[in-house]
Design a binder for this molecule. Sequence first.
Ligand code: GLV
Ligand code: MN
Ligand code: MN
Length: 420
Amino acid sequence: MTKTDTGNFATLGQEIMTRIEILALHTEQEGKMTRTYLTAAHRGAARQIAAWMSEAGMDVREDAVGNVIGRYEGTDPCCASLMTGSHFDTVRDGGKYDGPLGILLPIACVGDWNRQGRRFPFPIEVIAFCEEEGVRFNAPLLGSRAIAGSFETAVLENVDDNGVSMREAMISEGLNPAQLGAAAMPEGDIAAYLEVHIEQGPVLLEENLALGVVTAISGSSRFILELQGTAGHAGTVPMASRHDALMAGAEIALYIEKRCNESPGLVGTIGQLNVTNGAGNVIPGHVVMSIDIRADKDSIRKLAVDDIQTEIENICIRRGIRKNLEQTYEAASVACAKWLQQRLKESMQRHGCTPRSLPSGAGHDGIIIAEIAPMAMLFVRCGNGGTSHNPGETMSAEDAAIASQVFADFVEHFSMANPT
Ligand code: GLV
Ligand code: MN
Ligand code: MN
């Protein structure tokens, strides 16, 4: 078999970067990268990805949740597949690389193997996961959950900001929620899952390294907190008589910041805070806020969540506020398969890369796919100080090229033999 040369990977790196720009044109907000589940922009991106998969020599299908799946058939019909991919939804006003890199990079490599007439014993499946961020319906990882058979149908009733339910959105886009169970892939069908993803942090950048091998994906606990105080006139109600829902939320937010500062590796975020019917001259009566707590160690996260719940209780009692705390997500930290980490390090070393290992603070589809297959992740250096979930997110074509080379090497050396 011919090994693809380095110059060719420079071309693939350029192709990946060009396609990331083209995919970014599928956005809900002109001049911003916003592509949430089942919007017109999202459906357009799915069609574009399917076209690229098909052009790369893959058989393409869409499953009931809206994942786009490209299969590059192997030569041995008994072999389980090597699965790779990432998500193509985004946060609002986010970056172009978070997700699409892990879809477009393997498509570029498969296209290259296809041009060479090269096949492997095992099939390669590239999955463009339709939803990971959880933005539109406040439910993350929908695509990978459908594949793993752990999609919770209760979320079909979640509604977006316009009151459209997930179920309605699926039906209006020609997807059949009744068929969600059929999207699940049987456990033995996937030999391994490898996701390529931009690091979304500064570690590799600061160490001048293009690539890193992920050791584990941090767990997280997410909540929606509703605070019910008493709305009133901003000019007439004395400070001591107020039951201000926003001030209670602010005190809770500052407690979360203080508590999370106490443990390295523990992080807490209030990413949404809405004052219902807010106006400059009205004391906020009702507030809804999100809470996201993460840590690489589950015990540290759980202790923090316990403390935060106690403090929410205390603050609400003291301020005369009624509350409703609803947990929307809970995930334990998930370790990447040791034998896949080792194979990735070997591939990196064969191409002159230091085999740096690091944990992932961000969540990824791999956390769910690990329920049905050994899972690994290859991180690619993030530019601009490691900025992500921000339009300033960036990476270089050179890093896309070296990541393609290491990914291709991993695939070319992949077999299930002797996993240690
Ligand atoms: C996804 O990007 C997450 O970590 O929430
Ligand atoms: Mn991502
Ligand atoms: Mn993200």
